[in-house]
Design a protein around this ligand. Structure first.
Ligand SMILES: Cc1cc2nc3c(=O)[nH]c(=O)nc-3n(C[C@H](O)[C@H](O)[C@H](O)COP(=O)(O)OP(=O)(O)OC[C@H]3O[C@@H](n4cnc5c(N)ncnc54)[C@H](O)[C@@H]3O)c2cc1C
Length: 381
């Protein structure tokens, strides 16, 4: 089964069902969703954004991509997180790789079924890339929150480049089977939820790279609007989590015959319009992105819109969880009721980088405009 167009929707529904069915079993420390990624590979979803394919980045089908991410997130947030990381890595490759690198990495996806991920987060002992000359580099240091951990075949990692010629925050992609094994510190990942994202601390010390493994020039990773603009993809996965909570709350209220109560109706009404608001935001963010991305001078606007989208979706998810808690009570949050896991997973996955700075940056963008007329109507220069 390879997704070519929307005629494959039925197959996708089956895929989401398969992923959702096993989500509770995966909720254990050290349990990578291997079977789920086999289904994803079989469905052709690893390469769905590659040139010529249905959601190829150059076709500008961001809305459709966001809906795919949302549905996978709804089936399982950890699977959604890892899949989103794969898509993010391929987006960076499409932006910054040389033609020869694209051919290599796209072949890895299409024929090798290799899974990519992006590992940028780090603590004090972060990654440094030492230039040894003759196109050879050696790594030292660790990354934290490395989703997929040693199950990622092609981690796209960032680090500080230490070289006589170049300096900055450098991306590289590790051909894992050709280098020294990356040491995983599993003890790092002891989270409230999202256990199956296996977001371990990874020690890259001693790994040697070639020039061809470096992606883009130094500091390309933080290039806007791509860096902040990508937040709409994790927001899509998060909204999938809120939709799963709506579904389970609905199921619980019906099965306990608590549907005639006015308060319960009011709460389910609110969750319903909130999650639908999230869909409207995602659709609009996708449309705006595709409209603006090709126009010069739109980076700030794309970033501000993506920042608003992720902030609204975070609020929607938090409010949805609160309403669901009040609706189902403590009984509804007991295992094996899925709400217990969904709530923990979404609470954990909502913690994304710099929420305060994000809000601040939206305000800064708006206040830099001379007026609020047509703030988001058309690309402003
Ligand atoms: C399930 C999961 C999977 C993940 N997978 C990956 C992955 O594959 N790759 C990857 O690179 N990362 C990954 N991450 C990390 C993620 O991208 C964020 O970096 C991380 O979740 C942020 O953690 P935090 O909330 O503790 O952040 P913090 O930055 O500590 O933020 C906590 C609060 O402090 C505020 N704050 C931040 N900086 C300051 C400051 N200087 N002064 C005052 N206040 C501040 C923030 O606004 C926020 O309110 C993952 C995270 C999760 C939860």
């Amino acid at each position: 089964m390879v997704l070519t167009d929307y005629t494959d929707r039925i197959s996708l529904h089956k895929l989401y069902g398969q992923i959702a069915k096993n989500a509770a079993q995966l909720d254990q420390t050290g349990c990578f969703p291997e079977q789920e990624f086999n289904y994803i590979k079989e469905a052709g979803l690893l390469g769905i954004t590659l040139p010529g394919n249905f959601l190829s980045f150059d076709k500008l089908k961001t809305k459709e991509l966001l809906m795919l991410l949302k549905e996978i997130g709804k089936a399982s947030l950890p699977v959604g997180r890892i899949y989103e990381g794969h898509i993010n890595a391929l987006y960076l490759v499409s932006l910054f790789a040389t033609p020869a690198q694209k051919e290599r990495w796209f072949t890895d996806v299409n024929f090798g079924k290799k899974l990519f991920g992006v590992w940028n987060t780090q603590e004090a002992n972060g990654v440094r890339i030492y230039d040894f000359g003759n196109g050879k580099y050696r790594l030292k240091g660790t990354k934290t929150f490395c989703s997929g951990a040693d199950c990622i075949d092609r981690p796209l990692v960032t680090g500080k480049l230490i070289s006589p010629n170049k300096r900055g925050w450098q991306m590289f992609i590790i051909p894992t089977e050709k280098v020294k094994a990356i040491r995983a510190d599993r003890s790092f990942w002891n989270p409230l939820g999202m256990r199956a994202s296996v977001s371990y601390k990874m020690d890259l010390s001693g790994i040697e790279l070639r020039e061809a493994d470096l992606l883009g020039p130094p500091d390309a990773y933080y290039q806007q609007p791509h860096f902040s603009g990508g937040a709409i993809r994790f927001a899509a996965v998060q909204l999938g989590g809120a939709e799963a909570i709506l579904e389970e709350t609905h199921r619980f209220l019906r099965s306990t015959h608590r549907t005639d109560d006015a308060y319960q109706r009011a709460r389910i009404a609110e969750i319903s319009y909130l999650t639908e608001t999230g869909n409207l935001w995602l659709n609009q963010a996708g449309a705006k992105n595709d409209d603006w991305i090709k126009k010069p001078g739109t980076a700030d606007q794309i970033v501000a819109y993506a920042n608003m989208t992720r902030t609204v979706v975070e609020d929607i998810c938090l409010r949805t969880m609160q309403l669901a808690e009040r609706s189902v009570g403590s009984r509804g949050f007991m295992k094996p009721n899925p709400l217990e896991r969904l709530h923990r997973d979404l609470t954990t996955y909502l913690r994304q980088p710099a929420p305060d700075a994000t809000l601040n940056s939206i305000g800064d963008y708006v206040l830099r405009q001379e007026s609020t007329n047509k703030l988001w109507d058309d690309a402003r220069r």
